[in-house]
Design a protein around this ligand. Structure first.
Ligand code: NAD
Length: 471
């Protein structure tokens, strides 16, 4: 462990103690205080938009400013606005009916802040994936520690500095560092741990949290399939598939990972996807709208996966030749006939490479998907609502897009989360608020409640209650 990591861990522990003490000592923050906390995040995203775009671009080598604006800044602002608008109704007590035998008491659910929560963020959307969970955590009234990714150090420092100016350290704090800091972070007895990242690390995080009985949300990844039904025009599907796949150079947890298209249409679809990619991002090597791969190591991983498939007999089609020279920009790529045991077909790709496979009908496509881990997202292209519904009946995934990838995650009122190997728990909108709340059950009896008549020795009243209970 480096000296810097050791210092961060030292600081992290004292911040954690300070946040715990502050939470125990303080009363629950009022709704107006919480609304003001969220408004600060909204203003931060608006006022520092350009600086955030520059920081993430410097971390990547090159990240499209437009993509940062859409997926990180705009997304954070929309999340904060939605939370401010709905905070009062989310926070209100929920009355529930009481059985006749307990009348005239009242029962209700109080949504209370869980306490001190930890957020671990990855590098692929380093601003959104730190701030979008921070908003509901603050809305719920929690105190928050954030651990950003070591692959986006400029963004991590900027989050630390800007949030440090807006909040006291015992309210919101950012802890920077790599896996060693991440591990020590997840060992802390948080009241909730919110982790976004790979399935591999997610398993370790779940184990660390279990030791403290800390509840966890795991927002993980996986291979999200895209299926084209025989009734859908592949040229039409190619337009949105190309956009969804190559946005942020495929480094998106809900990007299409592979496509299943009716047998015989594979080559036409591949050419149409490449043609659209060429239209959207001509000359990817020097195109400022096309994002680079986050690091040399990640670039090499992508390039190696493609070469492994090519060596195994795959047909590789690219919008331009890869040069690797400029900002790690790997060109939009489609791979036909990728071997079943190649890394392209066994690992989450998380880059601008799209295997296309043929299917013999939707039943076979569903079987192919069901033989693998449950994905975070699933996309189905069909003109028929009935076909879409029946395909959903046959498969499982965290979320679904019909006829378009990725957009389901922008609907604030849809819960966003995985299932099986793509994670558990969810956030966005009210689901995010509930994630960071304890739902406390309250039964409030009047000063004199007839249940007193139920005390032994049991007699006639007991017989009466028995009859009521039997209905
Ligand atoms: P990662 O798992 O390598 O790292 C994520 C975070 O975990 C980083 O902050 C890292 O420092 C920290 N970390 C590393 N080792 C740790 C350990 N042992 N204990 C605790 N923390 C540790 O993931 P990544 O490469 O940054 O992100 C890519 C993955 O994230 C992909 O699989 C992608 O699908 C997934 N992802 C999921 C979502 C979602 O919302 N479901 C969103 C974005 C990314």
């Amino acid at each position: 462990m480096s000296d810097i990591d050791a210092r961060q861990i030292e600081r992290m522990k004292s911040v954690f103690d300070a946040q715990k003490a502050a939470f125990k000592a303080g009363k629950i923050r009022s709704l107006s205080e919480r609304a003001a906390d969220i408004a600060r995040i909204e203003t931060l995203a608006k006022e520092k938009a350009d600086a955030f775009c520059d920081a993430v671009s410097a971390d990547y080598g090159r990240r499209s400013a437009a993509e940062t604006q859409i997926a990180e800044i705009g997304f954070t602002i929309a999340t904060a606005k939605h939370a401010r608008k709905h905070l009062k109704s989310w926070a209100a007590d929920r009355s529930v009916p009481v059985p006749m035998t307990l009348a005239p008491g009242k029962a209700y659910i109080r949504r209370e802040p869980k306490g001190v929560v930890g957020i671990v963020a990855p590098w692929n959307y380093p601003i959104q994936l730190a701030l979008a969970p921070l908003v509901p955590a603050l809305a719920a009234g929690c105190r928050v520690m954030i651990k950003p990714s070591e692959y986006t150090p400029r963004v991590a420092d900027m989050l630390k500095d800007t949030l440090g100016e807006l909040f006291s350290e015992d309210h919101v704090a950012v802890i920077t560092g790599g896996p060693a800091v991440g591990q020590a972070f997840c060992d802390l007895p948080f009241d909730h741990l919110f982790y976004t990242g790979s399935t591999h690390v997610g398993r370790m995080v779940a184990q660390a949290a279990a030791k403290n009985l800390t509840p966890v949300t795991l927002e993980l990844g996986g291979k999200s399939p895209t299926v084209i039904a025989p009734d859908f025009d592949v040229e039409e599907a190619a337009k949105t598939i190309a956009w969804g796949k190559y946005f942020n150079a495929g480094q998106t947890c809900v990007a299409p990972d592979y496509v299943l298209t009716p047998k015989g249409s594979e080559s036409q679809l591949a050419d149409a996807i490449i043609a659209n990619a060429q239209k959207f991002w001509p000359e990817p090597d020097s195109n400022g709208d096309y994002s680079g791969i986050v690091s040399e190591r990640h670039y090499k991983r992508i390039a190696d996966m493609v070469e492994e498939a090519r060596a195994g007999g795959a047909d590789v089609r690219q919008s331009a030749a890869p040069t690797g020279s400029n900002h790690h920009a790997y060109p939009p790529t489609v791979v036909l006939n990728a071997p079943a045991d190649s890394r392209l077909m066994t690992e989450e790709i998380f880059g601008p490479v799209l295997p296309v496979l043929g299917h013999d009908g939707l039943d076979e496509a569903a079987r192919f998907i069901n033989e693998r881990d449950r994905p975070l997202a699933l996309y189905v292209y069909t003109k028929s609502k009935a076909t879409a519904r029946s395909f959903l009946d046959k498969t499982m995934s965290g979320g679904v897009g019909v006829n378009v990838p990725m957009l389901h995650l922008s609907v604030e009122d849809l819960p966003f989360g995985g299932t099986g190997a793509s994670g558990y728990g969810a956030y966005h909108g009210e689901d995010g608020y509930r994630t960071f709340c304890h739902e406390r059950s309250v039964f409030h009896a009047p000063v004199w409640h007839p249940i007193r008549l139920m005390a032994p020795p049991y007699g006639k009243l007991f017989e009466f209650f028995k009859k009521l209970q039997a209905g």
